[in-house]
Design a protein around this ligand. Structure first.
Ligand SMILES: CC(C)(COP(=O)(O)OP(=O)(O)OC[C@H]1O[C@@H](n2cnc3c(N)ncnc32)[C@H](O)[C@@H]1OP(=O)(O)O)[C@@H](O)C(=O)NCCC(=O)NCCS
Length: 372
């Protein structure tokens, strides 16, 4: 049974100056800057600064911000010990959730003031690549690789994951991916982060809850699943049969559809360009065949390609294991979560919506012996 506000569709929680989505024109702006411009011209560090402080940094400010991030990449010894202890079968998103939660215990200051959010946000944003790359290495029996301060945020992640520094082209593609995933208004994980923050719990609890929300296949978990579906289809000729069988079975095509956009996701266009330049041509051809079917048969329902559709092909070209895709999404999105938490805390009010009760009331309590 539904009601008008099912899934909080179309409900505004607050005002914000962080992100604007024009759902009809398929446009996206971070702090007023068009997403079609930022990935080419900017860097993940600069975009994070922009999202947090509301303006593009001057040269000195960016250098300072970069240095502060680079200095905080190392993980506490206790986190490395816990990483070693995690069962090898744990999915990287589950591992990331546990490790970030533990970092909250080690921090020892369970507060969520606005100042604290930026301080802890800087520390966690800096450490996310170290966590993601190394939880994968440790899970697969490889040695821990320490971060290199001289590398950019993106290059350092790929260096720790692969044990060698990436080419400038690969580094740029990684950086573009993190920029595209950095922020997207009040999506399910940002809402979760804000809800936890609004209770005046602590920064880590809010981020851990956000990671939990992002993990689901209807949200960030779709990146990995979208790539798996291209593999399953195997060749462009199989796309049509696979597509209609999937719909007939009542299943969803992964990487398609969005609660807000009723157009092609502007981030997906950028990912598609990188997928065509760097990705496996065979997989790209499969995805293009499926894309045509989606745009022909599902557009009438407002279902179009979303950000997660092409991202997996790009990540695969960067030699990132599919199981890590959603953790890479989290690595980017930590910037947006932190920005929203800080903004909301500047005028915090407990988030507490209502549910329309449709059950009966006034029932007589029947003692258990009389219930038959
Ligand atoms: C993202 C998503 C959860 C948004 O869902 P939503 O706003 O609640 O949309 P609804 O579930 O109301 O769907 C509206 C209609 O489109 C259909 N639809 C939505 N997404 C679809 C998809 N990916 N594949 C096939 N049909 C889809 C629904 O079946 C529904 O059809 P109906 O009206 O005939 O029942 C949904 O599009 C989805 O499940 N996508 C796949 C997962 C994904 O890629 N997630 C990442 C999002 S960035």
């Amino acid at each position: 049974m539904g009601c008008e506000e099912e899934g909080l569709e179309g409900v505004y929680l607050d005002t914000s100056s962080i992100c604007y989505i024009d759902e009809k024109r398929g446009e996206l702006y971070y702090r007023g800057y068009d997403i079609t411009e930022l990935p080419e011209k900017s860097s993940y560090e600069e975009v994070t600064y922009l999202l947090w402080y509301g303006m593009l940094p001057k040269m000195r400010e960016l250098e300072d911000f970069r240095n502060k991030l680079a200095e905080q990449r190392d993980l506490p010894e206790e986190v490395l010990e816990l990483m070693e202890m995690l069962p090898k079968r744990v999915h990287p998103m589950g591992a990331l959730r546990t490790l970030v939660s533990y970092m909250g215990n080690l921090d020892g200051e369970p507060s969520v003031s606005q100042e604290d959010v930026y301080r802890k946000g800087l520390s966690i944003t800096a450490k996310m690549p170290t966590l993601v790359a190394n939880l994968w290495r440790v899970k697969n029996g490889m040695d821990y690789i320490e971060p290199k301060e001289k590398l950019s945020h993106s290059a350092n992640f790929l260096y720790m994951l692969h044990g060698e520094e990436p080419s400038p082209q690969v580094e740029k593609a990684m950086d573009v991916a993190l920029i595209l995933y950095a922020e997207h208004e009040i999506n399910a994980s940002a809402f979760t982060v804000m809800t936890v923050g609004s209770t005046l719990s602590d920064y880590y609890s809010a981020v851990v809850a956000g990671i939990g929300a992002l993990k689901g296949p209807l949200h960030g978990g779709a990146v990995e699943k979208a790539l798996n579906q291209f593999m399953e289809i195997g060749s462009p000729e199989n796309a049509e049969r696979w597509f209609f069988e999937t719909l007939k079975a009542g299943k969803r095509v992964m990487g398609a559809g969005h609660r807000v956009y009723k157009t092609y996701d502007p981030r997906a266009r950028i990912f598609k360009r990188y997928a065509s330049e760097l990705g496996d041509p065979k997989l790209f051809a499969v995805a293009e065949s499926l894309e045509r079917l989606i745009e022909t048969h599902l557009a009438k329902k407002g279902v179009h390609i979303n950000v997660d559709y092409w991202a997996g092909i790009v990540f695969r070209a960067l030699d990132i294991p599919p199981e890590l895709y959603t953790t890479v999404f989290a690595m980017g999105r930590i910037a947006g979560w932190t920005a929203h938490l800080a903004e909301y805390l500047s005028h915090n009010r407990l988030i507490r919506p209502r549910l329309k009760y449709v059950g009966k009331i006034g029932k007589r309590y029947v003692p258990i012996e009389e219930r038959g």
